[in-house]
Ligand binder design. Sequence first.
Ligand code: SF4
Ligand code: FES
Length: 256
Amino acid sequence: MRLILHIWRQRNASEKGRMVRYEVRDVNPDMSFLEMLDVLNEDLLGRGEEPVAFDHDCREGICGMCGFMIGGVAHGPLPGTTICQLHMRHFRDGQELYLEPWRARAFPVVRDLVVDRGAFDRLIATGGFISAATGCAPDGNAIPVSKESADRAMDAAACIGCGACVAMCPNASASLFMGAKISHLGLLPQGQPERAERVRSMAAQAAREGFGGCTNIGECEAVCPKEIKLEVIARMNRDFLKAALTRRQGTSDSGE
Ligand code: SF4
Ligand code: FES
């Protein structure tokens, strides 16, 4: 296969970026998208040019490091798939593709297709954890959890923090990401003691980071490689309303 790539090249956050055209030949349809970029980078290095910077780690769809826009779609055209798991057989010979980094004020460009997603780390640091003692491994079954709650918590815990939801949202909202963390912890008994404070802290931090609000557009759900559902945002909003009312009425946070 042969591809024409237009790739966003930008040295750092303070310099201006621009699209640069590359032609990649001899692409094997069984290569992943990142392997195809490896081929391009080997070629660029061989010619003494700067390789294209992109984030990656596991290349198995589990770490959340990879991600950029292909033709304006976060993680590219295949639903429920990270870029590292996207294979070239889903593209046509001779196809022209435009690759750009995530675009959001809270995710400044580091270089080329790499953005700084430290804002997500700071969101997690404000509420994406439990500080209740969870005991040792044998204690795992000592606290009963209903099958339905366990399944829904597990679905929410599938979020890998890739940032595609923010990149695709016209408001650059982090609501799907936050909703996933808040649902994952809020559905389990161990997450109850800090449930109200968690949603308050994460919402305040999201505003400080410059993420926008959710207006129920649904682009985040459409591109999420882990198929996190919009219902996590509804759960987060319910928790937030309850937490805000509890504080206003001066009553204690009960969790439910
Ligand atoms: S909710 Fe989905 S798109 Fe957003 S960070 Fe998590 S895995 Fe990525
Ligand atoms: S490199 Fe880990 S999810 Fe893509």
